[in-house]
Design a protein around this ligand. Structure first.
Ligand code: G6P
Length: 608
């Protein structure tokens, strides 16, 4: 949440900052601002609204100078206004600061500063931090930042500049991501690699409680106690083109269409046909440790949690291991009993979601090993877990997660096969699943070819005020995901439910204006789901069905039918989610919604 970018070099900073902010806009888009250091003064420009509004302001009033910081905001303290936009200045007006995170003790600090004569012009916690740095400033900016941060309770990723030090930027992190981009005759600071990948692929990920001083040709990292740190330089694995929309009108559509490739990336090199199992080397657990596992808990938020819910079906079915899932935000504050042989798995696309991160930290504090399924290489969760698996899905920019979901499902399937083959799963069944997994990209391709037909279904129902998504077993979490996709990008009320559970409440919503989307492929619960379809039809509810190709029985019953190729029960979610992603996308477009940046949301939720 919130994007930060900083530049110090020889080139004009303004456009580099603006370009970086455009790449970070998915992290928050309530307001944006930049501050450059121009000949001993600040050029501070900030604006409520999107990056385009800031760009328009910069066309009228350019910001000069070759050092600067920028920010795109997702509001926490104070509504989105010009005054609350970052950067914020200290009392002297000589220090400018941008911040991602929450300063929990901002009120106490503010009261003290007000008593000392400070005046505040915004309602943000960030302005308090800027003033606090100013209060400590004598002539050494990094020292002032260090002293101020020692007083802070809360989370931060910050970038700070001083008018009298035009050739340096100070950055620091605790709980909110921040990295250094190393260029030639220029250096960068960013909350996310996508902001700087066009300029350099060499980065240093800062750890919590680290502070960096960045100049054009050097960077120095210390910890908050001023101890020296030896930073590790890493190479970014994706290219600048990967964060472009290409021929697609929206990132979300691009990412939906990437799924044949991203699913393949998730299983490439991980199928072991000789032993009918999967290879997940990064788990960092010996076969004996894996065999000893007697319980698994998946912790995640949003779409990633829906993957964790599918994982329960996968692991219990294929490996016979009792499996649970929990909302990271609930788990972290619950005193959940975890025994020695319980595996705790975090699932997170960004690897930065604060609740997921806090949950695994809590487990580690209690001495348990934690594992992760993460997309963003070098992200905080990826670095803090004891082991895990990368998705290799490439950057996901659309706020609504799509390709990361199918990548997570692919890896979870591999995990279930691996664990299953160490227990009761027969080799023939293991081989059957792996063979079919290899066919999934081609089957997703066939679903994508129906995008226009799905758009026609969307047109028919796009004015509905409410939708139900209903399914059983493996597809029940997909029903939740279908409802989540629709509500987050089209703002239509949608509920996902286990199909039979519908009778315990949601059926009261069924009427001729409320469509029900059933996921009903030909599987072991086909007849049961069919009975639920009849119940909705009997109450005159329109029925849209995701069904197996050639299902004539359903064709005669459904008002609209979207076909998916036949597959194994345990792999169905990899296919059934795709038409629901497309349905949500087309409905949102028809309603004129900004699908890549839905209102009130942000891609990477780094505040709790
Ligand atoms: C936000 C995003 C969702 C995402 C969730 C978890 O709510 O809008 O798309 O599923 O965070 O994010 P993570 O990066 O941990 O998977």
């Amino acid at each position: 949440m919130c994007g930060i970018v900083g530049y110090v070099g020889k080139k004009p900073a303004q456009n580099i900052l603006l370009e970086g902010l455009r790449r970070l806009e998915y992290r928050g888009y309530d307001s944006a601002g930049v501050c450059t250091v121009n000949d001993g003064k600040f050029d501070l420009r900030k604006k409520k609204g999107r990056i385009n509004d800031l760009a328009a302001l910069l066309r009228q009033q350019p910001a000069a100078g070759t050092t600067g910081i920028g920010h795109t905001r997702w509001a926490t303290h104070g509504p989105p206004t010009d005054a609350n936009a970052h950067p914020h200045l200290d009392q002297s007006g000589k220090i400018a600061l941008v911040h991602n995170g929450v300063i929990e003790n901002h009120q106490t600090l503010k009261d003290r500063l007000v008593a000392q004569g400070h005046q505040f012009i915004s309602q943000t916690d960030t302005e308090v931090l800027a003033h606090l740095v100013g209060e400590y400033y004598k002539d050494d900016l990094v020292e002032a930042v260090r002293l101020a941060l020692k007083e802070v309770v809360g989370t931060y990723g910050i970038a700070v500049v001083h008018r009298d030090h035009p050739k340096s930027i100070v950055g620091a992190r605790r709980g909110s991501p921040l990295l250094i981009g190393i260029g030639r005759d220029e250096n960068f600071l960013a909350s996310d690699v996508s902001a700087i990948v066009a300029h350099t692929r060499r980065v240093v990920y800062l750890n919590d409680f680290e502070i960096v001083t960045l100049t054009r040709d050097n960077f120095e990292v210390t910890n908050i106690e001023a101890g020296a740190v030896s930073p590790e330089i890493k190479e970014i694995e994706f290219k600048a083109e990967d964060v472009e929309r290409g021929k697609y009108p929206h990132f979300m559509l691009k990412e939906i269409f990437e799924q044949p490739q991203t699913v393949q990336n998730a299983f490439r090199g991980r199928l072991n046909f000789d032993e009918a199992t999967a290879k997940l080397g990064g788990l960092n657990l010996t076969p004996a440790e894996l065999r000893a596992v007697d319980r698994i808990i998946f912790i995640a938020c949003g779409t990633a949690l829906h993957s964790g819910m599918v994982a329960k079906y996968l692991l219990e079915d294929l490996a016979r291991i009792p499996t649970e899932w929990d909302h990271a935000s609930e788990f972290r504050y619950r005193n959940s009993p975890i025994e020695k042989h319980t595996l705790v798995f975090a699932i997170s696309q960004s690897g930065e979601t604060i609740d997921t991160l806090a949950a695994i930290r809590e487990c580690r504090r209690k001495g348990h090993k934690t594992l992760g399924i993460v997309n963003v290489v070098g992200s905080t969760i990826a670095r803090e877990v004891d082991g895990g698996t990368y998705m290799h899905a490439g950057p996901e920019i659309g706020v609504a997660a799509t390709k990361s979901f199918t990548s997570q499902l692919t890896i979870l399937t591999l995990l279930a096969v691996l664990m299953g083959r160490m227990r009761h799963l027969a080799g023939t069944r293991g081989t059957e699943i792996l063979r079919e997994l290899e066919r999934i990209p081609g089957k997703i391709e066939r679903i994508l070819q129906q995008s226009d037909a799905i758009a026609a279904v969307a047109k028919k129902y796009c004015e509905a005020n409410s939708f139900l998504f209903l399914a059983r077993q493996y597809n029940f979490p997909v029903a939740l995901e279908g409802a989540l996709k629709l509500k987050e990008i089209s703002y239509i009320h949608a509920e996902g439910y286990p199909a039979a559970e519908m009778k315990h409440g949601p059926i009261a919503l069924v009427d001729p204006r409320t469509p029900s989307v059933f996921i009903c492929p030909k599987n072991s619960v086909y007849d049961k789901t069919m009975a639920n379809i009849e119940e909705v039809k009997a109450r005159k509810g329109p029925v849209i069905v995701v069904a197996t190709e050639g299902d004539t029985e359903l064709l005669s019953k459904a008002d609209d039918l979207i076909e998916i190729p036949a597959t194994l029960d345990c792999l169905e979610p990899l296919l059934t989610v795709v038409p629901l992603q497309l349905l949500a996308y087309h409905i949102a477009i028809l309603r004129g919604c900004d699908v890549d940046k839905p209102r009130n949301l942000a891609k990477s939720v780094t505040v709790e």
